[in-house]
Ligand binder design. Sequence first.
Ligand code: GDP
Length: 307
Amino acid sequence: DRFFKGTTKTRERLGLVDELLALWSLEDYEESLEELEEVLISADFGPRTALKIVDRIRDGVKSGKVKSAEDTRTALKEAIVELLTARSHSSELKLQGRPAAVLIVGVNGAGKTTTVGKLAYKYGKEGAKVYLIPGDTFRAAASEQLAEWGRRAGATLGTFREGARPQAVIASNLDDLRQRACKDPEDVYDLILVDTAGRLHTAYKLMEELQMCKSAVGTALQGQPDETLLVLDGTTGLNMLNQAREFNDAVRLTGLILTKLDGTARGGAVVSVVDQLGLPVKFIGVGETAEDLQPFDAEAFAEALFP
Ligand code: GDP
């Protein structure tokens, strides 16, 4: 199973959990819990989230619910599922507008364009009329890549203008769509996916630019985008927490998409991002083809960490 492979890095370290649990005893549980906390921290859960998880297990011990190593293991998985689903149990996107608009942000290489393509394919297959806006105006290749995904998904690619300001390209595409809809009320898209740039070396400007991109969508559609999703490379470990924080501060995210979980990903960090920022994971990417997008399933994720 490709998804299982996706959390190998974390699992290697979490192999230590098994060793710990083998030594678990009700008398010395405090010592085991402290070691467990260390293991979780080294497996990218981050200190705050690791502490939270261990506290929950400790509560379980005190209330008499956790009595054995096996109970500890179960409590550990339950705590992770709880943290992952605290804000949202559904991975469905909230698409209310017609057209609905989804802004996709993330650093270069995270898998934004691929994810836009996969989403176009998914919603297209479900019968939606999908329009793609190439908002990464700095790389002509990004637009070509998006065009290819659009062809595969049966989605329409908006106008690309290399070197233009992304917010201007977004605004003019949305303006075109509005004018078309005025002329012909049937000519309306169900879903607009906006790809954006993610050049890190000019990060200070990137965040401002993304704010303007979000405003451009908001102004044209007279409201916020239905979703503002951050695409995170699942292999980046705890670094993804800082990245997510920065993007969230700039454009107020509504959810996360985690890519490359078919590679050697670092699953523990995901729990930390969800817990610290209160953002739901909507989808996971498990490969490079259009069909390699899955709804996020917290229980399957916890199970993959502790099979
Ligand atoms: P962008 O710069 O954020 O738009 O990133 P791209 O969409 O161009 O993706 C960067 C690379 O990651 C490409 O080679 C993609 O094929 C690859 N990629 C994206 N998502 C996944 C995934 O879920 N699994 C794997 N294995 N590769 C992925």
